[in-house]
Design a protein around this ligand. Structure first.
Ligand code: SF4
Length: 370
């Protein structure tokens, strides 16, 4: 049956890939509806190579920080956020955060800090600018990848500044790039169901567009595996592809599998995505996003063994060492919170690929030849 399916549904897409043609909405649906998992992997890997991909698989040595979990938004899929009055709410001072980061740097030599937070209404915009500046002064050779587009939008509310003005101040203080969170699923229907308190997706795009135009690279994501349809996944990916056509500053796309634990969705019986859906999403992303060079297999949510398999489904990046991941682990991720470089290298090599340690901007730092 799988062979029949391949013949009838993936072959026209395969021909388009070989001809260098762009896939459309219907093709996207066909990919997601296919049950020919190995056929999808083969196609995605071929597309990756035809578009210039090699055997190199990237990772970065990074430190994850969350300065505050206090958040006003109350997304229904979120197990990380707290209100100010809850016992587990925290807001770390800039001094304490910097001291901790400097201490960690002496231990591990990371090249990137990745920090996202709750949208805390109890701190001023200066709190964010001061934090970026203090981290940059203390660790000038560390790339600061900080604040989702939703947080940037929140800062416009705190400060009365435009998105461009907020980004300009943060960039002047030392911000290097933006992570891709806050995208969730762009379709209004889904947004209303899972994140009714979050700003309209137009602001997400306006923030990334402004960042790209002022030379701040960014990342993009999709949180899948909850109430969205396949049509809404395709719509999401096509909106990202259009934005990349227009402004060109996305470094990588990261599909994020929904984790239901400790959220209202757990009580409603939602389960973790399956490995099949995770691999299918990676292949689908690689095939549709012909203009975003890097697709990440995010081992934090899929585990390193499956992330290594995903390298044959279009992925070319396994994120990084990620010390102290908190957000997916609050929602039930059972993966490690840190991968040592030796472990990442081992998994990548066993997948038949070449491990390459990169900086945030994909400059090579070190390579492990086969
Ligand atoms: S996902 Fe982000 S914005 Fe939504 S509740 Fe959690 S911390 Fe707040």
């Amino acid at each position: 049956m799988a062979l029949l399916d391949r013949t009838s549904t993936l072959d026209p897409i395969s021909e388009k890939i070989d001809a260098g043609e762009r896939l459309d909405f219907e093709d996207g649906l066909t990919l997601l509806e296919s049950d020919d998992l190995l056929g999808l992997g083969e196609l995605a890997d071929r597309a990756r190579r035809l578009r210039g991909g090699t055997d190199d698989v990237f990772f970065v040595q990074n430190l994850y920080l969350n300065q505050t979990n206090v958040c006003r938004v109350k997304c229904k899929f979120c197990a990380f956020a707290a209100t100010q009055k809850q016992a587990h709410a925290y807001t770390i001072s800039t001094e304490e955060l910097v001291e901790d980061a400097v201490r960690q740097r002496e231990l591990t030599g990371f090249t990137e800090i990745h920090m996202v937070n709750g949208e805390n209404p109890h701190v001023p915009f200066a709190f964010y600018v001061d934090t970026v500046r203090a981290l940059h002064e203390a660790l000038p050779d560390v790339h600061l990848k900080m604040y989702t587009a939703s947080e940037i939008h929140h800062m416009t509310k705190l400060s009365g500044l435009s998105h461009e003005e907020v980004l300009r101040e943060l960039k002047a203080a030392g911000l290097g790039s933006l992570p891709g969170g806050g995208a969730e699923i762009f379709a209004d229907r889904v947004r209303q169901l899972v994140a009714p308190g979050k700003e309209h997706p137009d602001f997400w795009f306006a923030t990334h567009d402004a960042a790209h135009r002022m030379g701040i690279p960014t990342h993009c994501t999709m949180l899948y595996g909850h109430v969205e349809t396949y049509e809404e996944r395709v719509d999401h990916i096509l909106r990202l592809r259009s934005q990349q056509d227009a402004s060109g500053g996305f470094l990588a796309f990261i599909p994020l599998a929904f984790h239901p634990e400790n959220t209202v969705f757990e009580r409603r019986g939602f389960r973790h995505t399956t490995g099949v859906d995770d691999l299918k999403m990676l292949a689908f992303s690689r095939l549709m996003l012909d203009n975003i060079p890097n697709i990440k297999a995010y081992w934090i949510m899929m585990g390193m063994p499956l992330a290594a398999v995903a390298l044959h489904f279009g992925a070319n990046d396994v994120q990084g060492t990620v010390m102290r991941e908190a957000i997916f682990h609050a929602a039930g991720a059972r993966t490690e919170t840190e991968q040592k470089i030796e472990q990442l290298v081992r998994y990548v090599r066993e997948a038949g690929r070449t491990p390459v340690q990169r900086d945030t901007l994909y400059n090579e730092i070190r390579r492990w030849d086969p």
